[in-house]
Design a protein around this ligand. Structure first.
Ligand code: 6PG
Length: 239
């Protein structure tokens, strides 16, 4: 288990650095069904735009299968939809085969969709020696409350759930979410956190240094495999 931190001056440069590393990482993969779980929220938007504007023809997107680490239980055309954002900024502009895009059906009944999405993941993502789906790359963000994917501080039991996906609730908005669970996230071959903004600096320092209130922050428990934090200077101020 290694946890590295890459400090980068600002969000556009961070997205540029990660996009470059990502393209090199894809080249190095020696299998064709490369599974990537995308994060939601605002931070990855710059990356999606960069993939569309500068990597449309330089990455063999047909080798990649895209999933989501979490999704809001809303229709795909809702502004809150993580799939909807990625579609508008990236998938509508780059030749990724439709069958390689594995969205969470946010419009469906959450419990039924949880089960269906687990089956879809199992049909594409190979499992590790413990029978847990092993994503090749897990992209994550971190909230200023220390949540990651949609595992919130008050629902930390999802970090140990034996299931692949769970239905979660946003602590403030009450919005229903579907999220990958701790064991699946920690089974990933490579995990990348993209974290920007001064609003996260105290929590990020606790998470990375396992100090202060780190035990209350779900992001602190994502430590297995090869973990890299790409953080901008504003978020890194307390590191
Ligand atoms: C979501 C995410 C969530 C996100 C963090 C950070 O659906 O909201 O997957 O885990 O990564 O909330 O969000 P920001 O990037 O908007 O700060």
């Amino acid at each position: 288990m290694t946890v590295q931190t890459r400090r980068i001056v600002d969000p556009p440069t961070l997205a540029r650095e990660f996009a470059k590393d990502f393209a090199a990482w894809v080249e190095k993969q020696n299998h064709d069904k490369i599974s990537v779980a995308l994060s939601g929220g605002s931070t990855p938007k710059i990356l999606f735009e960069l993939w569309a504007s500068e990597y449309a023809d330089s990455v063999d997107w047909s080798r990649l299968h895209f999933f989501w680490g979490d999704e809001r239980c809303v229709p795909p055309n809702d502004s809150e939809s993580n799939y909807g954002v990625a579609k508008a900024l990236f998938f509508d502009k780059v030749r990724v085969p439709d069958e390689n895009i594995h969205r969470v059906h946010g419009e469906a009944d959450p419990e039924q969709e949880r089960v269906r999405y687990e089956e879809e993941i199992r049909s594409i993502v190979s499992s590790d020696e413990n029978g847990i789906p092993r994503f090749d790359l897990m992209l994550l963000g971190m909230g200023d409350d220390g949540h990651t994917a949609s595992i919130f501080p008050y629902q930390r039991e999802l970090l140990q759930s034996p299931r692949i996906c769970e239905v979660a609730q946003h602590p403030v908005s009450g919005q229903t979410r579907i999220t990958l669970t701790g064991p699946v996230i920690n089974a990933s071959a490579k995990t990348v956190f993209l974290v920007t903004g001064a609003g996260k600096k105290e929590v990020l320092a606790d998470v990375i240094h396992h100090k202060g209130a780190f035990e209350t922050y779900p992001a602190s428990y994502i430590t297995e495999g090869d973990v890299v934090f790409y953080v901008d200077e504003a978020a890194a101020e307390e590191l």
